[in-house]
Design a protein. Structure first.
Length: 225
């Protein structure tokens, strides 16, 4: 069995959605400075780094990260779709539908933009480079599949320009159950999908921090090959 970690390591200088508060690591105790041990104070944001969006993110009545049924954190029928290079464009139903089967529970999408995560932060966050999920793909996933999780290698499932200019996020709203309480899809953003392209993924574990009543959580995503 091989395990691949699909989360980018959390670092204070990682790329993040423009305007998000910065991640901070503050040394509290330090063996080098003569303390008994090393400890660190963390400033994390629920939507920086590789993270889960719980339905609570866009839906006040939606479930929070700590109240999601833990069954949903383990995916057993995972499909990885490589749509690269797909910079600055919508991912449509036609890009994904051939890969999804009746039992598919997690869809991982590789657009290629994450190749810039570590090497060219400005290129990664540029709105002109960030892909998004189209309305036809989102409606297809909600209405015609049993997918319960979607992981993308970009930072927002919505079109960022549209979100900033019009303050609407139809894809987040749909996946967070704003239109139908009975059907939601958990969203994972900034997922490092590249290591599992062309791999047979047996399972994916995606377990958030138990942040009481909160809207999202940075998390470690692990794929079992
Ligand atoms: Zn998010």
């Amino acid at each position: 069995m091989t395990l691949e970690i699909l989360s980018f390591p959390i670092r204070p200088d990682n790329p993040s959605y423009p305007g998000n508060p910065a991640t901070k690591f503050e040394e509290i105790l330090s063996i080098k400075r003569g303390d008994l041990n090393n400890t660190t104070l963390l400033t994390l944001y629920t939507h920086n780094d590789t993270h889960m969006d719980a339905p609570r993110h866009f839906n006040n009545k939606g479930v929070s990260v700590d109240n999601i049924n833990p069954e949903k954190f383990i995916y057993r029928n995972v499909r990885v779709v490589d749509v690269s290079p797909s910079l600055g464009r919508a991912i449509h139903k036609r890009d994904i539908c051939d890969y999804i089967k009746e039992d598919t529970d997690l869809l991982l999408i590789y657009s290629g933009v994450s190749q810039y995560w570590e090497t060219a932060k400005e290129k990664f966050i540029a709105a002109d480079n960030q892909p998004w999920i189209s309305a036809d793909a989102a409606e297809y996933l909600i209405n015609e599949t049993n997918v319960s999780g979607i992981g993308v290698d970009f930072m927002c499932v919505d079109n960022i320009k549209n979100l900033v200019e019009n303050r609407t996020a139809p894809i987040h709203s749909l996946f967070c159950g704003l239109n139908s309480a009975s059907r939601t899809i958990l969203i994972y953003e900034n997922v490092n999908v590249r290591p599992v392209i062309n791999e047979k993924v047996q399972k994916v574990y995606a377990i958030p921090l138990m942040l009481a009543d909160l809207d999202g959580s940075p998390l470690t995503v692990v794929a079992e090959l």
